[in-house]
Design a protein around this ligand. Structure first.
Ligand code: ADP
Ligand code: MG
Length: 477
């Protein structure tokens, strides 16, 4: 990439809110229902029908506003955005144009980079056009029509695809922690339009931007930005000006293609919706949400790193999903050896859940017994590799039996008994006379080999520290 230029990016992210019913009527929002089964007269915009705001979305919007440090508008209003498209039954979309529900706000990325938000507004989703099922016809499914969306519009503060990826990751994580959306990009619960322009480094003004529509994965967002950056630099290098365009992203080629130019841009003829009163949000409602605000992902991450000295990489994995974060806290707040538990969680518990497709909340692991196991490791009663393998599995399948009893039953208790250790060591040294000779001749690196052999024949039961000391003594004798 040409380093004389920089890329300027702004996002418009649509978050599908996870209310049980639609934004202006009682139709269900259940994903995956048979086509056109969630469509009453209001979803289909029959004449004379009246929309009514779904109040269940108010607490969700407030929670997001609080987490993003936006100003929560006490009285926001709805407008009609007029355009014709077959998946839009009314011929207009109800949205918020002049007076949105959240104003401003910010998201801070890892390196302290702040992405300012312009505003977030409520709107209804359209239906879905299906092109691939019939070779000659476009099919329409109106189930999605009227699903509540919150569109978050950022300032053009991003300078790279990586920053956009990090932002989308944070946002997805946040909406899950706040229980306001499932955040699944593949299912369209989080979709974004990516605005991209390029300018000479050091320039003050922004150049014309292009808007790439309907980017539905973090990878695609990054690809679209990289492609656009190259395309726009090429235009500028040839002495021309990039014209403001709306583009489509093609996930198969990773390229963008023109959808329409600024001149063809539709005039949406926004005007206030006469059927909907302003959406009121009271101080009391905000207070209730503030007092019950779920843990925020960045607060959780900070906390576990500073309180329990969890590594950054383990923290990232543990904080990815709120269920895992809660699971970790349910252990950490009531048990000791939190750092060792974080390790076990990342290396054994989560892979096990993934493998067996068990949600972590349903895992039959007894945390008290797990703590006992980690305590035995800390006290050198069992080795950590034994704990990670045999004993962890035994605990999973015997939630009512204590770790100590299981370890004894399975013969996993580490031996510090000099006679037993000597037996294992002597066995090994007798088996490898050549290597003993080599060691004594100066190949001290063979110590690791001997330790490995001793661990093998002792089935991990030899106390490593004691064994090492005894082994060196015997070899040097
Ligand atoms: P409009 O009013 O035409 O919708 P906005 O100013 O609201 O345009 O911006 C829409 C989106 O485009 C925002 O996410 C904003 O950050 C982004 N944006 C605006 N100008 C630029 C630019 N020059 N380069 C990249 N992104 C931009
Ligand atoms: Mg705008």
């Amino acid at each position: 990439m040409d380093t004389a230029y920089e890329t300027i990016i702004g996002l418009e992210v649509h978050v599908q809110l996870n209310t049980k019913s639609k934004i202006f009527c009682g139709d269900s929002t259940f994903y995956g229902s048979a086509p056109n089964t969630l469509v009453s007269a209001i979803s289909l915009a029959h004449p004379g029908t009246l929309p009514k705001i779904n109040e269940a979305l108010i607490p969700k919007v407030i929670r997001l506003g609080l987490a993003l440090e936006s100003k929560i508008n006490p009285s926001s209003t709805f407008d009609r955005k007029a355009y014709f498209y077959p998946d839009l039954p009314k011929g207009y979309q109800i949205t918020q144009d002049k007076n949105p529900v959240l104003i401003g706000g910010k998201v801070t990325l890892d390196e302290g980079i702040v992405i300012r938000l312009h505003h977030s507004h409520l709107e209804e989703d359209a239906g879905k056009s299906i092109h691939h099922l019939d070779p000659t016809k476009t099919l329409l499914d109106y189930n999605r029509a009227g699903t509540p969306l919150l569109e978050i519009v950022t300032e053009p503060d991003f300078r790279s695809g990586e920053q956009v990826e990090a932002f989308l990751y944070r946002l997805r994580q946040l909406v899950r922690y706040l229980d306001i959306s499932d955040g699944n990009m593949e299912q369209g619960s989080l979709r974004c339009d990516v605005n991209v322009s390029v300018r000479k480094k050091g320039a003050q003004n922004y150049n014309n931007r292009c808007e790439v529509k309907n980017v539905n994965s973090m990878k695609f967002a990054k690809q679209a930005i990289e492609y656009e950056t190259r395309r726009q630099i090429k235009i500028m290098e040839s002495g021309e000006i990039v014209s403001q365009n709306t583009l489509n992203f093609n996930p198969e080629t990773g390229e963008t293609t023109p959808l329409r130019s600024k001149e063809d841009a539709p005039d949406y003829r926004y005007f206030p919706d006469p059927d909907l009163p302003p959406l009121k949000i009271t101080e009391d409602e905000i207070k209730v949400q503030k007092e019950n605000l779920p843990l925020l992902p960045w607060v959780f991450e900070e906390n576990i790193m500073s309180t329990y000295a969890i590594s950054e990489s383990d923290t990232k994995i543990i904080s990815a999903e709120p269920q895992v974060a809660e699971y970790f806290l349910s252990y950490a707040q009531n048990h000791s050896h939190q750092k060792a538990f974080a390790n076990l969680l990342v290396n054994k518990i989560l892979p096990f859940c993934k493998n067996k497709k068990v949600p972590i909340q349903e895992l039959a692991l007894n945390l008290k017994h797990t703590e006992e196991m980690l305590d035995m490791v800390a006290k050198n009663i069992i080795s950590s590799s034994t704990a990670n393998q045999s004993l962890f599995e035994a605990l999973l399948f015997n939630p009512d039996t204590s770790a100590k009893i299981l370890a004894e039953q399975l013969g996993l208790i580490q031996s510090s008994d000099v006679d037993e250790l000597s037996d294992w060591i002597d066995h090994t040294l007798v088996a490898y006379p050549e290597k003993v000779k080599a060691y004594r001749g100066g190949k001290k690196g063979l110590l690791g080999f001997f330790m490995g052999e001793i661990m093998k024949i002792s089935k991990g039961k030899a106390n490593p520290k004691k064994t090492n000391a005894l082994l060196v003594k015997k070899l040097d004798a």
